[in-house]
Design a protein around this ligand. Sequence first.
Ligand SMILES: *Cc1c(COP(=O)(O)O)cnc(C)c1O
Length: 356
Amino acid sequence: MKGSHEMKWEENVRKVVPYVPGEQPQKKNVIKLNTNECPYQPSPMVEKAMKEMDYRTLRLYPEFPEKTPLTKYLAEYHQTEEEQVFIGVGSDDVLSMAFLTFFNSDRPVFFPDITYSFYDVWADLYRIPYEVKPLDADFCIRKEDYIGKNCGGVIFPNPNAPTGVLMGVDEIEEIVKANPDVVVIIDEAYIDFGGTTCLPLIKRYDNLLVVRTFSKSRAMAGCRIGYALGGKKLIRYLNDAKYSVNSYTMNRPALRLGAESVKDEAYFREICGKIIATRQRSEKELAALGFTFPKSYGNFIFASHEKVGAKEIFEKLKEQDIYVRHWNRERIDRYLRITIGTDEQMDALFAALARI
Ligand SMILES: *Cc1c(COP(=O)(O)O)cnc(C)c1O
């Protein structure tokens, strides 16, 4: 049983080139500035709830995903109705479900050429046609590319990843308004670090979906919590698709701990404020070391050195157990994406960069 016969089933496999996340080194004591995690702990209320959790509740299926403590607190926090909140296992789960549900046209979905590199993977996986729209020379999204072009949907992060460049709410509104027959998804993974949310627009536009995550600003990447906000009809369609794949994606502990995090707004503001302050200081330090970068509204800086190549810096930092992110891709291979860590971690980075 060799050769062609054996190979035939492979022709019928759904093949995809998977997304590659940043490295998660097993070594201890590394300075990890490569996946935009939060350097601070989750809220003390999360800690308390985790310690009080009763393992016996794991016997039961979790709450019905449309109506949980988490959806309740998120709706209160964002002043929406609970039927306007969709939750998932990280925003990757939410975004994947949104691609499957809303991008169902023969016309191509539009997103930027430099952006979150999961979008083209989902499009390929679900066989959704797409077209990438080049950012301008300053890494800004050109809103004209998304207006009057008869597309099958629009998605981009705001601020964009990995550049950190923010688009104004007025421009987003123009895009949403110009595309009433398709869904526009704004991925606000990094909005808590100083950007202005476009969330108020969901009241006026029923084709806008705003996606958020607990992984960056809420220091809970390991818990896998993401959510989307939009009109009730959008959320209903998302839940219909979700229930058709796996009704109970989120587990009991995640639902409980996520709700605790939302309750503790003071702590949330405090850690976001610290990261913004460290980012501002890092801009000065990096500029003094000869780096240039677009103004970032994320918990990272996308920086390029005038003399030394990014790959070389990336490798030399790694030798010193400092991990940052580098892509061997056209247009961005001269750049490093550096996550904002604690002040001490950043000082270690600046010292290492000075040596290089
Ligand atoms: C990190 C990130 C996500 C995914 O985050 P989850 O951990 O799955 O919630 C989504 N979009 C962008 C732009 C991101 O940077």
